[in-house]
Write a protein that binds this ligand. Structure first.
Ligand SMILES: Cc1ncc(COP(=O)(O)O)c(C=O)c1O
Length: 361
């Protein structure tokens, strides 16, 4: 299996891919409803929640849209310190919400103090935060932010995007008091793209009843009515649900704590290697992602040339995202990737750095 050290879509194990070739079933059949129910129930363990988990045929942006449509009549506060947080803000504006941006420099975390200050100045129905900013390799201190938000503005619904961390990093929906926690299939869950998963608290579901014009495809109250019958309003991506059902068994067999420890070990190895080689990291110490390392490319390495070199060894890394293209590059360590794979990548990267005359090794 080739290894893509990119932050999604990631490599999918061959047996998980194969499960998708199982024959179709009518989606309103007892056979499919049993699989759907089993997958949604198992997914709760990943979210550390007793609430519901919606399985939605969309990528992660779909659930960003669902959140702003269902949980705010008007006012949204978006914490923005990276490209995907910026997207959530744009999604809110595009859906006609009066969203304000809490802008934080991209190389800094969103802090509980900044969020509390903003919530003191104005009341917001919902708050959006990205847990793991895939563009910058920065993990925001969500647990502390949520505590500060609840203390300052108890009725503000706290919505968290964990698209590139859930399943690789422990995020405890209920214990931390989150209202919405969303992710998607093609990152730490190591499934093909096309499925988004979102856990929603009871109080958020109750609030949605007061929100008009929730749309139709992402109306979570309509989805809830169907979910209670182990179904969906529209046709779900059956093959992806088969794969999710199977992959959740693999994840739980690895053990969630073991899986989180593996992601931590891969992050530590990648980040300490980069620092040892004189490469700077974009995110500050204490806030570095466990699933993707963003290297500040101040040495001006040629990212395309690195990938050309790696390609001959059946590996690849990712360039920087958006405005950070070539200014950074990213090494993802999520999903099916093992510590041994990171060792193999590091050796190849060392070999590549060795070809650069005057590289300060
Ligand atoms: C943190 C984060 N949020 C949201 C998304 C959703 O993007 P998409 O809908 O294009 O998969 C991504 C995708 O990379 C992401 O990394």
């Amino acid at each position: 299996m080739s290894r893509m050290f990119v932050p999604g879509p990631v490599d999918v194990a061959p047996d998980v891919l194969a499960v998708q070739t199982k024959p179709m079933l009518p989606h309103r059949s007892a056979e499919f409803e049993t699989i759907f129910q089993r997958a949604s129930e198992k997914a709760k363990q990943l979210f550390f929640t007793q609430y519901r988990v919606f399985l939605v045929t969309a990528s992660g942006s779909g659930l960003q849209e669902a959140a702003v449509r269902n949980f705010a009549q008007k006012s949204v506060l978006s914490c923005v310190n990276g490209a995907f947080a910026e997207r959530w803000y744009n999604v809110a504006i595009a859906n006609g919400k009066l969203a304000d941006k809490l802008d934080v420099p991209w190389e800094q975390p969103v802090t509980p103090e900044r969020v509390a200050d903003a919530l003191r100045q104005k009341h917001y129905e919902m708050l959006t935060i990205v847990h793991n900013e895939t563009s910058t390799g920065l993990q925001n201190p969500v647990q502390e932010i949520v505590a500060a938000a609840h203390e300052t503005s108890p009725d503000t619904l706290v919505c968290v995007d964990a698209v590139s961390s859930l399943g690789g990093v422990k995020i405890e929906m209920d214990a931390w008091g989150l209202d919405v926690l969303l992710t998607s299939s093609q990152k730490c869950l190591a499934l093909p793209p096309g499925l988004a998963l979102g856990a929603v608290s009871d109080r958020a579901m109750a609030y949605a009843e007061s929100v008009p014009e929730r749309g139709w495809y992402f109306d979570l109250l309509l989805m809830e009515k169907h979910r209670l019958k182990d179904s969906t309003p529209a046709t779900p991506a059956l093959s992806l649900i088969y794969a999710l059902d199977y992959q959740l068994d693999r994840l739980l067999a690895e053990g969630l704590e073991a899986r989180f420890a593996r992601h931590r070990a891969m992050a530590e190895r990648t980040q300490s290697w980069a620092l040892e080689r004189g490469l700077a990291l974009f995110a500050p110490a204490g806030y570095r992602s466990q699933t993707v390392t963003t290297v500040d490319n101040r040495l001006n390495l040629d990212v395309a040339a690195i990938n050309q070199f790696l390609k001959q060894r059946e590996m690849r890394i990712a360039n920087g995202y958006g405005p950070l293209k070539n200014k950074t590059f990213r090494i993802a360590h999520m999903g099916e990737i093992q510590v041994e794979d990171i060792e193999r990548l590091i050796s190849a990267m060392d070999e590549y750095l060795g070809t650069i005359v005057d590289y300060p090794m």
